[in-house]
Design a protein around this ligand. Structure first.
Ligand code: IMP
Ligand code: MG
Length: 185
């Protein structure tokens, strides 16, 4: 494996900045969901690191569940395309206050698909929390209720986001230098 330092163009958001913002978001969520029946839904796999940090700062009772979607034609240089469900929830979300937790909203196609799909199950409320938002790339208009950071149109990795499934564990968000990065295989 290549050392990530060989192809980091820049550290876009450092560890402390991420953690500080997460505490702010958790504060807002705790206020907004007081007296509600909060269910956090992590969209695997990218949302996992964010969700785990976020939930530890939320002070209202909550439940967790997980779902996964895959999009055809996704990769380092492209995302979006058509989306399909690859792992369904275990929880019945009817009458729950559902908050989707995502790593990044890019074209918006993934979230749009998930929202439409979950809405048919009649949650009491359905909102979106994303760590990163690449607004410039949006193809589908969607409402984002909690946003960590707006970022420019660059491919990023770390803190849950992968580069060919690696480097999700890094505690910061980095921009990849595609001229220096050599995908395996
Ligand atoms: P969307 O459907 O185009 O909004 O794509 C969202 C998904 O694409 C995210 O959940 C990520 O899995 C992936 N993605 C988009 N941009 C990036 C990026 O810069 N780095 C890593 N993954 C990304
Ligand atoms: Mg994702």
């Amino acid at each position: 494996m290549q050392d990530y330092m060989d192809f980091v163009a820049e550290i876009l958001i450092d560890k402390q900045t991420i953690q500080n913002r997460i505490k702010e978001l958790a504060g807002e969520i705790s206020r907004d969901y007081t007296g509600k029946d909060l269910l956090l839904i992590c969209i695997l796999r990218g949302g996992i690191v964010f969700m785990v940090d976020l939930m530890r700062h939320i002070t209202v009772p909550l439940q967790l569940d997980f779902m996964a979607v895959s999009s055809y034609g996704a990769g380092v240089r492209q995302s979006g395309g058509s989306v399909r469900l690859s792992l369904d929830l275990k929880t019945d979300i009817r009458d729950k206050d559902v908050l989707l937790v995502e790593d990044i909203v890019d074209s918006g196609n993934t979230i749009a698909y998930v929202l439409e799909f979950l809405q048919t199950r009649q949650p009491r409320s359905l909102k979106v929390c994303t760590l990163l938002d690449k607004e410039e790339r949006r193809e589908t208009s969607i409402a984002i209720h909690y946003r960590g950071f707006s970022i420019p149109n660059k491919f990023v990795f770390g803190y849950g986001l992968d580069l060919d499934e690696y480097y999700r564990n890094l505690p910061f968000i980095a921009v990849v230098d595609l001229k220096k990065y050599q995908p395996k295989g």
